[in-house]
Design a protein. Structure first.
Length: 418
């Protein structure tokens, strides 16, 4: 039996809650990993062409949405993404089921569909989110689908649900009525350490001029976020060690860091990438693609993983992910530096890395997951007419990941032994 990482009492409660709710909620079937299903979109062909030609726009267009034969009319759809918004290519899209009328699809108000065009293996996100859930972490539900528009197959996609839906937070937390903040480089201040203190005005952190998008607002002011930032930046070493666990769930945070470092994620909370060209350039700090949820009943922030497709790369990287240092990025961020300077937290991080590569990211577990996913999506990937790489690239990248996972685990174990 796998030894699952323990990430604190609340996360244990979350898992039990998610297990119970998962059997009850209608949306659970959409993320059933045992079968590859179809999503069919019916809309004005001219509107679809506008999505393809003008992906930088966020214009919403009407459509009918169908999953596995279940159809919902009067749905909104628009382009989504950040760097992936390139005209004339396979677009990532977001469905808004309640944009025109008050309705849901299997309990969801929104659904993302990622085009997977930046990942030749078309498996990285699913593999990493599978690993996160095996490790007891909070992660979005994610599943491959075949996407059709007006009866024409446009390719293999990955659907995932958004944290900023009450129905999703209800599955994850005992109390879903807390504040939700998303850090993204497209919002407000770009680059730098977004957790660094730059003044006591909340507008410097949240809103149009700040790095955090306040996606679910449940209090008048962001006192929870400001208290955490104050503790991270403006406390003595003794006060930092005593105050931080009451404001940030340390087990969940260290588990999050352990996974991101093991899979060599480059685009995350503690990133040190200053140039995302090819090849990447280090020098940091930078921060992107993660969420803070303030759980009201516990009074602590929880870091939640998001957008992990810049991980486990060989070519698009500073160095091979197989040999990347386990502590990349910590020294570039005030939170990373201060946490790693506390001996018990540094040891706890190392213990979580050790547990991860011995269980949820053990070579046999990940390779078996990869083989199942690849067999499931192989034909859909081969027929994908809009992928920007060949079917041979897809096969080659899958083979490379399969070979590299055991090498990465061995490298991590060697680093832990130093």
């Amino acid at each position: 039996m796998l030894n699952v990482i323990r990430v604190g009492s609340l996360v244990a409660v979350l898992l039990l809650s998610l297990g119970r709710a998962g059997a009850e909620v209608a949306s659970a079937a959409m993320f059933d990993p045992t079968a590859l299903r179809d999503v069919r979109v019916t809309m004005d062909p001219a509107d679809w062409q506008r999505i393809v030609d003008f992906p930088e726009s966020s214009t919403v267009y009407p459509c009918a949405f169908e999953w596995n034969g279940e159809r919902l009319p009067d749905v909104g759809v628009r382009p989504k993404g950040q760097a992936s918004r390139e005209s004339g290519t396979k677009p990532s899209i977001r469905f808004r089921f309640n944009h025109y009328v008050s309705q849901t699809f299997r309990g969801l108000t929104r659904l993302d569909a990622n085009a997977l065009k930046g990942d030749p293996s078309m498996m990285r996100e699913r593999l990493i989110y599978d690993t996160a859930r095996r490790a007891g972490m909070i992660a979005p539900r994610w599943m491959h689908v075949r996407m059709f528009v007006n009866g024409i197959y446009i390719g293999l996609y990955g659907i995932l649900d958004q944290y900023d839906q009450a129905e999703v937070l209800r599955l994850l937390f005992p109390d879903h009525r807390g504040n939700l903040y998303k850090c993204t480089w497209t919002h407000g201040r770009r680059g730098g350490d977004v957790l660094e203190w730059v003044g006591d005005d909340p507008i410097l952190y949240v809103g149009p001029t700040g790095p955090f998008d306040w996606q679910r607002r449940r209090t008048e002011t962001p006192d929870d976020l400001m208290s955490l930032l104050d503790a991270i930046n403006n406390t003595s070493e003794e006060d930092f060690r005593s105050r931080l666990p009451g404001l940030l769930d340390m087990d969940a945070f260290l588990a999050y860091c352990a996974l991101q470092e093991v899979v060599a994620q480059e685009d995350w909370m503690l990133s040190d990438i200053t140039d995302f060209g090819q090849p990447l350039r280090r020098g940091g700090p930078s921060s992107n693609n993660w969420y803070f949820y303030s759980e009201p009943s516990m009074g602590r922030m929880y870091v939640m993983i998001w957008d992990v497709d810049a991980a486990m790369y060989e070519d698009w990287a500073v160095e091979s992910w197989v040999v990347r240092d386990l502590y990349v990025g910590f020294d570039q961020h005030v939170l990373g530096r201060r946490v790693m300077a506390v001996p018990e937290w540094r040891r706890a991080f190392q213990d979580k890395v050790r547990s991860l590569v011995g269980s949820a990211f053990a070579p046999g577990v990940v390779v078996a997951d990869l083989d199942l996913i690849r067999a499931q999506i192989d034909e859909a990937a081969r027929q994908d007419p809009m992928r920007p790489y060949s079917y041979e690239d897809f096969r080659r990248e899958g083979d490379r990941l399969r070979a590299q996972v055991p090498l990465r685990v061995q490298n991590v174990i060697e680093q832990l032994g130093r």
